[in-house]
Design a protein around this ligand. Structure first.
Ligand code: 5GP
Ligand code: MN
Length: 337
């Protein structure tokens, strides 16, 4: 964040404000962790702050301090719309374009509030007056840590804020293993532990609260995994019927796509998941090295994200989507080898 932007934020937050904090649709650990951390911080400074999430999120995020106050636009539309009308400042966290908040976009774009973006996704849109965008960052949580530090308030980071920030950094770095994890990331993590983040408890709460049907769904996904050796690629499919068979709940498929990348020599892994309610396929893409799944998702799946992790959708059937995917790979053959 540059000096001018830090000064603008300081001025903006000088007097108590009505603030709304928004994560992206289908929020993950980084989105919920960063919004909650910022919320705790702003509350400490006598601002009125609320988090409005576009929709619900997985149960494994529901232990987080302050989580029960989060308003969900999808199920509490009227309440959320009223709050948005009366807000002076809107923080948008962990996304780069208002289209990433789904049905909430109209209500948010109508607002005359001052927008502040904190985000690490590529190609950010320019709706925010104050932009803290850094695509090199491991996570939005790492950026919220920096944001608080830029404002000279590191001392205000308590165990609740520390736990929220730890969670998002941990989930977005694949437990500190992706290339975006720097020595600075580790220094921040060390500070967060010093400030009271219970690291072992957090790993347990996020990763070790599976139920049997979720593990069986993973088994089904792995059975469906197809290796396309000539493209160093794997893909997984999950149909609606398979999801129902294993009592699919939001968040159950999180992380499944990464198993593909654990195969030796594989650089590109994709999972195609039929949506339970509407006729489209949610696609998650992961890569190793220079192959940009952000570009791939933007070009073919109306999506985007980061170089090594992106998402998108297909409105065709599963069969058509997979056939088309295999055809597309032919054009990327050189890049993938
Ligand atoms: P996931 O595959 O876990 O849903 O998402 C991976 C990354 O891609 C995340 O950083 C997420 O924010 C981003 N992403 C997921 N779906 C979409 C999408 O439809 N559009 C864009 N622009 N980014 C997405
Ligand atoms: Mn993130």
């Amino acid at each position: 964040m540059n000096k001018a932007d830090i000064e603008s934020v300081q001025k903006l937050l000088e007097t108590p404000k009505n603030i709304v904090i928004i994560p992206h649709k289908n929020p993950d650990g980084d989105a919920i962790g960063s919004t909650l951390a910022l919320w705790h911080y702003l509350k400490k400074q006598a601002h009125q702050a609320v988090i409005i999430s576009p929709n619900d999120y997985p149960d494994f995020l529901k232990w987080m301090p302050g989580e029960s106050t989060i308003i969900k636009f999808e199920s509490e539309t009227e309440k959320a719309t009223e709050i948005l009308k009366d807000t002076n400042v809107i923080f948008t966290l962990d996304f780069n374009d208002l289209s990433r908040i789904g049905d909430m976009e109209a209500a948010v774009s109508e607002s005359e509030a001052t927008f502040v973006m904190i985000d690490h996704h590529q190609q950010p849109a320019s709706y925010a007056k104050i932009m803290y965008s850094d695509t090199e960052m491991s996570s939005t949580c790492e950026m919220v840590y920096n944001f608080i530090a830029f404002l000279g308030d590191e001392v205000l980071i308590d165990s609740e804020i520390a736990s929220c920030l730890y969670t998002g950094i941990m989930t977005d770095t694949g437990s500190f293993r992706f290339p975006s994890t720097t020595s600075t990331t580790h220094r921040i993590i060390a500070n967060l532990i010093d400030k009271g983040a219970k690291n072992a408890m957090i790993h347990n709460a996020i990763y070790d609260t599976n139920n049997l049907s979720r593990l069986q769904l993973l088994g089904c996904a792995l059975k469906n995994l197809t290796v396309l050796e000539e493209y160093s690629t794997v893909y997984i499919t999950l149909s609606k019927d398979e999801l129902s068979l294993y009592n699919f709940k939001k968040g159950d498929t999180e992380g499944f796509v990464n198993y593909g990348l654990s195969l030796k020599g594989i650089k590109f892994a994709v999972i195609f998941i039929e949506n339970m309610q509407e006729p489209y396929i949610k696609i998650s893409l992961r890569s190793k090295g220079d192959f940009s799944v952000n570009e791939f998702a933007r070009a073919h799946y109306d999506g985007g994200g980061h170089t090594n992790a992106a998402g998108g959708r297909s409105d065709a059937t599963m069969e058509e989507t997979v056939t088309r995917f295999k055809q597309l790979l032919e054009t990327y053959k050189e890049e993938l080898n």
